[in-house]
Write a protein that binds this ligand. Structure first.
Ligand code: NAI
Ligand code: MG
Length: 488
């Protein structure tokens, strides 16, 4: 095996110039209010919290904190709006949803920049992935609104009522789209709670919703932290909760609504296995490993955070991976060359650092490329751990950062057993040129999505969701309509 020199002509002599995305087209207000019954209203208790830019830890805006009284108002608005909205024809509902999709497209550049400023993700990702996929989701479900009888042949379906939707900070606008679009298409009304570190694009979406002419109260957006979310979960006027976030909060919600008639879908954590066989196209697989774990700083529930490499190619793959990691650019989320942006919050950075310490104290061998991290914000270099086994905490627990744990295997059965040895069951990836092997593994891996020779690919028409502690229920595709309807 030839070892790749770290100092080849590219890394030795070339460097990137700065390529900042322009921000002069973006308007961010100093203060944002709650969006209830079609109006922007001040919070009942007059409380506000700051949303921070994780690239410099400076305050961007003050955001209204919804109390339980505000949640009451929002649920009431949604309840009042339900009668008319659910009675509209699917064709009419679809028109509004199409309009929202087109308005997102029109303002895509603005949304992309705000997403990167508020959450720290590279502009390349918010511009090319988050925002287009969010628009795509609204387009896709707009198309279903008048075709529900085809989605559920020979069944008569009805909307459930008022959906309380709680979303995380890793894909703020996209998660709002995943939640809102199917709920609206099926005739439900909504109270949405964005995550406290990334509320801005949801509040911008409120502006678009107002502009679209969507009837007042059909979508209400209440900002705040866990307490606001809990008020929504416990509210007797809510008919369904849809939650994406940590497994701990998912368990809390499941407990809280046990014994009520509320319906529930949970999309929780993961510890995805990414499996590289010796017959895989190795260079593509290395790109796939990078995309699986370093995409969005690893703040991805379906991240390929456990890598399994067949022993015969392990040295080659790891060598190429380290080489590739050396050229990843960590830094300013608004620079178009950036590969890894800012860690979403100080709290999340502490969690990631704590796991890196745990990995070291458990005997893992760490590799981090030498990179100069910017000052002032929350940063973590791409990190991998070798010399770890199934019982290591960094192999078992979700880190939600750019940290990869690498193990090797010899046989197909061995890797299936190792891949399934986790409390989670959200995603997996298989890299091989043998189609039969792909089909065999997709049957055997306990994961809601299994990618073959790719990773982290999303599409509005494709269902997504987990098994075991990764949650239940599906979002996206035809399957994503089901949690929002009841049958006559
Ligand atoms: P979290 O689960 O606390 O936050 C997700 C959402 O739930 C936020 O909107 C939050 O305000 C809300 N929330 C918090 N407590 C609540 C409660 N008692 N009732 C109702 N809603 C509540 O996640 P957090 O603390 O920000 O991150 C901790 C860990 O969770 C991460 O390190 C990561 O491992 C995991 N996580 C997983 C996500 C996923 O997509 N699977 C997304 C976010 C976090
Ligand atoms: Mg923020």
């Amino acid at each position: 095996m030839t070892k790749i020199s770290d100092k080849n002509i590219f890394t030795a002599t070339w460097s990137y110039d700065k390529a900042p995305e322009s921000t002069d087209h973006v308007k961010i207000k100093d203060q944002y209010e709650l969006f209830i019954n079609g109006d922007f209203i001040k919070p009942d208790k007059g409380k506000y919290f700051n949303t921070i830019n994780p690239a410099d830890n400076k305050v961007i805006s003050k955001i209204a904190e919804a109390s339980s009284t505000d949640v009451d108002k929002a649920v009431l608005a949604a309840k009042n709006a339900f009668k008319k909205w659910s009675a509209l024809s699917g064709k009419e509902r679809g028109k509004y949803i199409f309009r929202i999709a087109r308005l997102i497209q029109e303002r895509a550049r603005e949304f992309a920049v705000i997403e990167s400023i508020d959450g720290g993700k590279p502009i390349r990702e918010s511009r090319d992935i988050d925002i287009p996929l969010a628009a795509n989701h609204f387009f896709y479900y707009a198309g279903w609104a008048d075709k529900l009888s085809y989605a559920f042949p020979n069944r008569k379906v009805k909307p459930i009522g008022v959906a309380g939707q709680i979303i995380p900070w890793n894909f703020p606008l996209l998660m709002a789209a995943w939640k809102l679009a199917p709920a609206l298409a099926t005739g439900n009304t909504v109270v949405l709670k964005p995550a406290e570190t990334t509320p801005l694009t949801a509040l911008k979406l409120a502006e678009i919703i107002k502009e679209s002419g969507l009837p007042d109260g059909v979508v209400n957006i209440v900002t705040g932290a866990g307490q606001t979310g809990a008020a929504l979960v416990h509210h007797p006027g809510i008919d369904k909760i849809a939650f994406t976030g940590s497994t701990a909060v998912g368990k809390y919600i499941q407990n809280a609504i046990a014994g009520t008639s509320k319906k529930l879908t949970l999309e929780l954590g993961g510890k995805g296995a990414n499996i590289i066989f010796e017959d895989a196209a190795i260079d593509q697989a290395v790109e796939g490993i990078v995309n699986a774990i370093f995409f969005n700083q690893g703040h991805v529930c379906c991240a390929g955070s456990r890598l399994f490499v067949q022993e015969s190619v392990a040295d080659l793959v790891i060598d190429k991976l380290k080489h590739r990691m050396n050229s990843l650019l960590v830094g300013d989320p608004l620079d178009k060359n950036t590969d890894i942006g800012a860690i979403n919050s100080k709290k999340q950075l502490q969690t990631i650092k704590a796991y890196i310490k745990i990995g070291l104290s458990e005997g893992g061998e760490i590799y981090q490329p030498e990179c100069i991290l910017p000052k002032g914000g929350n940063w973590c270099p791409p990190t991998l751990f070798l010399n770890v086994s199934q019982s290591h905490r960094i192999v078992q627990e979700e880190i939600f950062g750019p940290v990869l744990a690498i193990q090797t295997f010899r046989t197909v059965d061995e890797v299936i057993e190792k891949a399934n040895n986790t409390p989670f069951g959200l995603s997996a990836g298989v890299w091989t040129e043998k189609g039969a092997k792909i089909f065999h593994l997709t049957q055997k891996l306990n994961a809601g999505v299994v990618w073959a020779n790719t990773f982290n690919k999303f599409d509005a028409s494709s269902p997504f969701g987990g098994y075991k502690e990764s949650g239940f229920g599906r979002e996206g595709g035809l399957h994503g309509l089901k949690p929002y309807v009841k049958f006559d």
